[in-house]
Design a protein around this ligand. Sequence first.
Ligand SMILES: Cc1cc2nc3c(=O)[nH]c(=O)nc-3n(C[C@H](O)[C@H](O)[C@H](O)COP(=O)(O)O)c2cc1C
Length: 238
Amino acid sequence: MKIVSLCATEKKGVTYRLQEAFLEEFGDSAEITEFYFPKDCPAFCRGCTVCIRKDPNLCREAEYIQKIDKAMREADLLVFSSPAYVYHTTGAMKALLDHFAYRWMPHKPAAEMFGKRAVILTQCLGGGAKSTVKDIKDSLSWWGVSYIKTRSFKLMSEIEWDKLPDKKKTEMTKSVNALARKLLHIDYSKPAHAGLIAKGKFYAVRMLQTALGKENPEYTDFKYWKANGWLDTVRPWK
Ligand SMILES: Cc1cc2nc3c(=O)[nH]c(=O)nc-3n(C[C@H](O)[C@H](O)[C@H](O)COP(=O)(O)O)c2cc1C
């Protein structure tokens, strides 16, 4: 199986330790590609919308974005990890998610995402880990992903891994290990079940694209939906 991990910080701190504890459980059974931000997506979205209006390959950061896009589409499991920075995901992760606006359902969602499995790991000192999950989950849901498992932790005492009480480190490590074991036993030859929320979004956008296409048949997103057969009987889920 293939795993793609996307870490919202380059720091080898608590977030990194939790991500690695999760990934370690897969041992040799997974081919893992790791991305760290901002290193692997160093520029903000500039809002030119060329990815939405024309072609994602015309984005000035396409060399970074398309590498990640391809890796995510080919992966069986996506693993996002993030600390809470002022109650949200880091600016580096937000910059990445902004670049993937073109993959939101009203634009050019990737069919593979409807059968994808994903995990979000977040932690904070005292508050904000859950809203950090939401920042990432909002994008995953609008990309079409239904199967999303989350684990959030509050460190409470200290933010440096080495200074955390052993009990806390063990509790967090055991929790992510257990989640990893659960995911390890999935049959990845079968796509995840596309849920009602993803399907509801799909059908709402399908109506929108049909209406937009009547007004302007050259509209890029309409053409993308039509080319995929989604305005006819084809569906992005199996
Ligand atoms: C800029 C910054 C903002 C933070 N904001 C919050 C916050 O809003 N709430 C919170 O509980 N912890 C906050 N923290 C702590 C982090 O969520 C995290 O626990 C800490 O950075 C350790 O994780 P790391 O080693 O992966 O960086 C913040 C840390 C930083 C550096």
